[in-house]
Design a protein around this ligand. Structure first.
Ligand code: MG
Ligand code: ZN
Length: 224
């Protein structure tokens, strides 16, 4: 069940084309979010990826595996729909939908608003699903502790090399839909090498979220 739907007000989201001072303002809010989360002992994890890569499916699996161990809240970012929040909410965890309107990324201000709706005393783990996009979320830290980027073999062989910035600051890269790799004629090992070339410290996990393959590897890569 969706607890809340937060809609971005006109002019509320910082535009990527606007100046560095706005990016700085976002960074300051992200630091505040980080402090708040730290104060309450909440571990927050960003989940980024293109539309259809499997972010929501991954969150659903993580929630199912971890909800008995941790008190989990999920923020789902999307332009206008509540599809993802409804999917995650079915698993009996608290979900907040953040609708960004026309904007193609979450920012720290929207996450701050969502955090105000949550009883942080009662949360161990927060998953934040960003809007499906791998470009500008790289410029908008939200205050989270870790970042997962989800890519899928259906996005083709150049997915990683075409989005270098997002992979630089990422802790875990999930290569999803590996069951479709041969049909797509995509070499999973090549995608993996591309990730390590950009970010040697990233942990790469191969999954098929459709059948749950690899999910234990994601959990251990996150230290959960
Ligand atoms: Mg989704
Ligand atoms: Zn954007």
């Amino acid at each position: 069940m969706i607890k809340e739907i937060i809609k971005a007000e006109e002019g509320e989201i910082y535009d990527i084309e606007l100046e560095t001072d706005l990016l700085k303002a976002n960074e300051k809010l992200a630091e505040e979010n980080k402090e708040l989360l730290k104060k309450y002992g909440v571990k927050a994890i960003d989940i980024l990826g293109s539309i259809g890569s499997g972010k929501t499916s991954l969150i659903e699996l993580l929630v199912q595996k971890l909800k008995n161990k941790y008190k989990i809240v999920v923020f789902n970012g999307d332009l206008t729909t509540t599809i993802d929040a409804n999917r995650v909410g079915r698993h009996g965890v608290e979900v907040i939908q953040i609708n960004t309107g026309k904007e193609c990324h979450l920012d720290a201000n929207l996450v701050k608003k969502a955090l105000q709706k949550v009883d942080l005393n009662n949360v161990d783990l927060l998953f934040i699903e960003n809007v499906g996009n791998l470009i500008c979320p790289a410029d908008f830290p939200l205050g989270s502790e870790k970042r997962i980027v989800v890519i899928s073999v259906t996005e083709g062989p150049y997915m990683v090399v075409k989005h270098p910035f997002i992979f630089m600051g990422t802790d875990v890269v999930v290569i999803n839909k590996i069951d479709l790799a041969s049909a797509m004629e995509v070499a999973v090992e090549k995608l993996e090498r591309d990730v390590y070339a950009i970010n040697p410290n990233a942990k790469v996990v191969k999954t098929s979220c459709r059948d749950g393959e690899g999910i234990a590897g994601v959990i251990s890569a996150l230290g959960l």
